[in-house]
Design a protein around this ligand. Structure first.
Ligand SMILES: [Zn+2]
Ligand SMILES: [Zn+2]
Length: 249
């Protein structure tokens, strides 16, 4: 875990299991996604590593309410008073009024596939089986740029979950894509732009359609929820992922 400054005030934190992003404006920080519950210390450490203090967190944004993305969100809210902003369409999921996630049966049914068992063991170690939600998320104002550091523009890209949201930084040419478009995963045999294996998606058809939404954004840096940074046209990256979906039986 070492934050990498991708563009002015845009830091990508890539870990083996999941990524998050820090946006800065002076001492103030926006945190986009928060790792697994077991990565709380890493999230705080990443903020200190870029010379900021976690007390400077102005907002926590989430792409979607899966445990690997909200694992430290409630902790950051409780400890540092940071509001957790979610898209209105992801609000019920964040509160755990519903749960759109791969079940233990989905995992067991795919455990024979290469990479799934090691991934599941690491997930358990990082607290990924916890029934974990956000107590009082704040619905973010949409559409338009948010006023927190980095001025990210939330864009609804549903399918992986009903309210999955990506964040566009138009003046920096960056898209933070969460699980709507990734570049690698322990359970995936391929690297490069792709969707997660199908059993992770709440609605695969909608997730595939959302690649068109992502492809319309003007950007040449993709910061995914899983896998390394992708440099190059995000439009082409989304097209590559669509081709891979079409080629998968
Ligand atoms: Zn997810
Ligand atoms: Zn994820």
């Amino acid at each position: 875990m070492k934050p990498v400054e991708i563009a002015d005030g845009v830091f990508f934190v890539h870990t083996e299991m999941v990524n998050w992003v820090l946006l800065t404006d002076g001492d103030a920080v926006t945190v986009i996604d928060t790792g697994y519950p077991g990565q709380r210390g890493e999230v705080e450490e990443s903020i200190r590593a870029i010379g900021r203090d976690p007390h400077g967190i102005e907002a926590v944004l989430i792409t979607h309410a899966h445990v690997d993305h909200i694992g430290s969100a409630q902790y950051l809210a409780d400890t540092y008073g940071a509001p957790v902003l979610v898209h209105p369409d992801e609000d019920a999921h964040a509160r755990r009024d519903c749960h759109e996630v791969a079940t233990p049966w989905d995992v067991l049914g795919n455990i024979w596939r290469p990479g799934v068992l090691p991934w599941a063991i690491k997930l358990i170690r990082l607290g990924g089986t916890a029934k974990y939600g956000i107590d009082s998320p704040t619905a973010m104002p949409v559409p338009g740029a948010l006023t927190c550091p980095g001025a990210p523009v939330p864009v609804l890209a549903p399918g992986h979950t009903s309210g999955h949201t990506i964040y566009h930084l138009p003046d920096r040419g960056v898209v933070i894509s969460g699980d709507a478009l990734i570049t690698g995963h322990l359970t995936s045999p391929v690297s490069g732009p792709q969707l997660l294996p199908q059993w992770f998606d709440h609605d695969r058809g909608t997730a595939t359609e959302s690649l068109r939404i992502i492809g319309e954004l003007d950007a040449d840096i993709l910061l995914p929820g899983h896998g390394p940074i992708h440099r190059g046209s995000v439009t082409e990256a989304a097209a590559t992922a669509r081709e891979r979906v079409a080629a998968t039986p």
